[in-house]
Design a protein around this ligand. Structure first.
Ligand code: AP5
Length: 206
């Protein structure tokens, strides 16, 4: 099985397509954003360290992220990396403990991601992702899966979204050329319905 990296700006739909890919292909899903949010919720020392960076829309330091990911995957195959690597240093670090077979770059413009993030809601209990415009819950404010309350992520406030996008352009966008240079990059248009994005990514992986 392949190791796959999902690359794309904040709000490109990485988490949304990842959950469908996990169901369809059985990947081990490694989302550094989800892992960090769990640490924050549990109040661990790592969570305490990460909290401020995340609230400001900055990246958590590379060495912290690399050790978190390495503990989870170590040479395992069939991993879907979501939101990692996010810097060239993280990409180089990843190559030291496992291989990357394909990188799917979800292309979507800034206006669209700002629209998506301002209307995103997350279940406080199970983490399911909704969108008030494109993927609303059946009952307002309530998770379809577990009935939990739907909340806005702290870092989805407009000023933090703007910072996250700047940080993406400065630190993460160079990964497109990095992986293109290695012949691993596949571009997928992500400005389409979630089902179409899933089908296009699944096609790349087959
Ligand atoms: P993280 O949680 O990884 O945030 P992100 O990369 O900014 O990505 P998002 O989760 O915001 O968006 P997404 O692309 O998954 O989109 P989603 O599917 O939810 O990271 C958060 C923070 O943690 C970072 O800022 C940083 O501080 C830290 N961090 C994490 N990883 C790190 C790392 N490796 N190094 C350092 N720091 C790290 O979709 C968004 C919305 O759009 C949803 O409402 C969804 O329903 C909707 N939607 C999805 N697809 C579509 C579609 N096709 N059409 C219409 N709507 C759609």
């Amino acid at each position: 099985m392949k190791n796959v990296v999902l690359l794309g700006p904040p709000g490109a739909g990485k988490g949304t397509v990842a959950s469908r890919l996990v169901q369809a292909f059985g990947f081990l899903h490694v989302s550094t954003g989800d892992m960090l949010r769990e640490e924050v919720a549990k109040g661990t020392p790592l969570g305490e360290l990460a909290r401020g960076y995340m609230a400001r829309g900055e990246l958590v330091p590379d060495e912290v992220i690399l050790s978190l990911v390495q503990q989870r995957v170590d040479a395992q195959k069939g991993v879907l990396f979501d939101g990692f690597p996010r810097t060239v240093a993280q990409a180089e670090g990843l190559e030291r403990f496992t291989t990357v077979d394909v990188v799917v770059f979800l292309e979507v413009d800034r206006e669209e991601v700002v629209r998506r993030l301002s209307s995103r809601r997350i279940c406080e209990k199970c983490g399911a992702v909704y969108n008030l415009v494109t993927q609303p819950p059946k009952e307002p404010g309530k998770c379809d899966r577990c009935g939990g309350a739907l909340l806005q992520r702290e870092d989805d406030k407009p000023e933090v979204v703007a910072r996250r996008f700047e940080v993406y352009m400065r630190d993460s966008a160079p990964l497109v050329a990095y992986y293109e240079g290695r012949g691993l990059l596949r571009r997928v248009r992500a400005d389409r319905a979630p089902e179409e994005v899933f089908r296009a990514v699944a096609e790349v992986l087959r």
